[in-house]
Write a protein that binds this ligand. Sequence first.
Ligand code: ADP
Ligand code: MG
Length: 307
Amino acid sequence: MDDPVPTIGAGLAVNGNAGRHGHRTVPTSEVGGAMVPAAAEGEAIREVTSQLVDPGDAKIAVRQVERVFATKRDRVQALGPMDLDVGDGEFVCLVGPSGCGKSTLLRIVAGLVNPTAGEVQISPGGTGKVPVAMVFQDYSIYPWKSVLANVRFGLDLAHVPRKEATASAMKWIDKLGLTDFADAFPNTLSGGMRQRVSIARALAVEPEVLLMDEPFAALDAMLRMVLQDELLDLWQSDRRTVLFVTHSLEEAILLGDRVVVMSARPGRILADFKIPFDRPRRPELRADPGFTALQGRLWEELSGEVS
Ligand code: ADP
Ligand code: MG
């Protein structure tokens, strides 16, 4: 299941079973110059679609999705039922305790795993070459292929002519700062560079939806910040729809238009925070008092689930 191949042309069920959204949206408001989340106590349960994404604009629509993993002895309800809408061009971060089904959800959206119930729709259209590409935590690049061949791989699969594929791959290799390493093999690269190769490979196919599963989790703190800032710049220039799983609340707030908090297994959505900071976002935002306040507010929401 840990297919290292970027998801190209994932087949996704479409049958119009619109589910109800049972989770709360948490608005944030500006108070005294610092961005402070509004009080959430006693708030009505609302539909996230009505608050954050016009249903007609949803690029990704997750409807009543559940996943059960059954073995001979066991039956594990890993996920849901859950509903989630991600708007076209929106960057949505998912946080939740370990084992709550985040990777399972991403794999379902990618078409790598079937849901036990419910469905995911990715609305067609847009300018992407493929509907979905995914970046995994563990780099997942081929050790026997050069950087260029790895980055070009999805384009080769999509039968893009070789010259054009090489040019596209080189464009992304340049953007990710790997120009001098195009002919290098992965075992000669650092972890950060390997992860850049993974990201370049996913972006080279120009997916309409980019799924990222803790892409920076294996990197040290400094490198992680560098890649976060690079990803912000890349996203700013082409505004792709992104669903991004992370353990880091700081990362989620820095990158996301929304941060969706999931419960312990089986993962459901507990809260959906709209992140109020303007774009383009600068690295210095991490030190803003409103930023740290929001981090605290998110942790309040999550801490009960983690224990
Ligand atoms: P997360 O990414 O949030 O840490 P996962 O989606 O990886 O969580 O897993 C959710 C739950 O489903 C976990 O309890 C995990 O052990 C279980 N699970 C995931 N994949 C499988 C599988 N292929 N077979 C059996 N159980 C699985
Ligand atoms: Mg995971």
